[in-house]
Write a protein that binds this ligand. Structure first.
Ligand SMILES: NC(=O)c1ccc[n+]([C@@H]2O[C@H](COP(=O)([O-])OP(=O)(O)OC[C@H]3O[C@@H](n4cnc5c(N)ncnc54)[C@H](O)[C@@H]3O)[C@@H](O)[C@H]2O)c1
Ligand SMILES: [Zn+2]
Length: 276
């Protein structure tokens, strides 16, 4: 499997990198993986008895913005403080060496591909980004960069001090992230990214595409489905699925049962030996 993965990387003219929460795990970020996984990552929410779905809920956010910003403020701080792991750089090296075109598609809201040096105009963030804010109402379509500082009480998980506000109407703002049952998310930024991704797929039609999927789970399968849609539906495209717990994919696609960093490094070592 490693050898086939390395050959696909070596021969690729184009890279599509698809990533779920598992991509951040080796940087030290939690994935959520059901209610137990979420509570292991956030023991305070186990104590309070609330799930990820209840934390990422627009009505709950509107009812109790200190609670809502407790969750997203903590994650803003965490994603800002954390450095993307070396696997991001392995991917950048492969792309640079191939001189080929690439695009990133991720359900992560952490902005870590941009932080690791990938170009902003080559990232599709299907669920939005924590680094952008919008009005909660929303009173207008505008979104703006998240430059807020958050201080969170670790026991109650409520944010302390001033809440971030919409500059137009003064109501509390919220992250420009798609929450559960969310009719108020402003999707324009993601829609523009989708248009760029569609153009990218069109201009690379017929080329040899390597889809490298990292840590994309089955519970919210948006990213996994996209990899499969490209793998089965686009000519000359092959998927390399890297996942420690749910790596299954049918041949001719390639399944690597490993964490993202380990899987990428092992393919890179194999690539070195087939090149020499
Ligand atoms: N960093 C972030 O932005 C972040 C973090 C958590 C969740 N989320 C989002 O919340 C939603 C639900 O989260 P979820 O946790 O159920 O996501 P998910 O469905 O993507 O599941 C996580 C996946 O990562 C895999 N995984 C675990 N450790 C890994 C590792 N070291 N390397 C590679 N893969 C690994 C798991 O086997 C699982 O398949 C998703 O949309 C996700 O993108 C985002
Ligand atoms: Zn407003």
């Amino acid at each position: 499997m490693l050898n086939r993965a390395a050959k696909l990387v070596k021969e690729a003219e184009v890279f599509v990198i698809t990533a779920g929460a598992g991509m951040g795990v080796d940087s030290g970020l939690p994935d959520f993986r059901g209610v137990e996984g979420f509570w292991n990552a956030y023991p305070a929410y186990r104590r309070i008895g609330v799930s990820f779905e209840e934390c990422a809920n627009p009505e709950q956010f509107a009812r109790d913005p200190r609670f809502g910003w407790g969750f997203y403020g903590q994650r803003t701080n965490l994603y800002r403080e954390t450095t993307p792991h070396a696997g991001f750089h392995v991917i950048r090296k492969w792309i640079n060496e191939s001189g080929g075109d690439y695009f990133i598609v991720t359900s992560n809201v952490d902005g870590h591909f941009q932080k690791a040096g990938f170009a902003e105009e080559r990232v599709l963030e299907v669920h939005g980004s924590i680094h952008w804010l919008q009005c909660q109402t929303p009173c207008e379509e505008r979104i703006w960069p998240n430059r807020e500082i958050f201080d969170i009480d670790e026991l109650s998980m409520l944010v302390k001090g001033e809440l971030p506000r919409c500059r137009s109407c003064g109501r509390v703002s919220r992250p420009n992230i798609l929450m559960f049952g969310d009719w108020k998310w402003l999707p324009d930024r993601t829609r523009r990214q989708e248009e760029l991704f569609d153009l990218f797929m069109r201009r690379n039609s017929g080329r040899r595409i390597a889809v490298i999927e990292l840590g994309a789970g089955t519970s919210i399968p948006t990213v996994r489905r996209l990899s499969e849609r490209i793998g089965w539906g686009v000519e000359n495209a092959h998927v390399i699925r890297i996942n420690p717990r749910e790596p299954e994919i049918m041949e001719p696609h390639v399944s690597i049962q490993a964490g993202a960093l380990e899987g990428l490094e092992r393919i890179d070592i194999e690539l070195g030996s087939i090149r020499s």
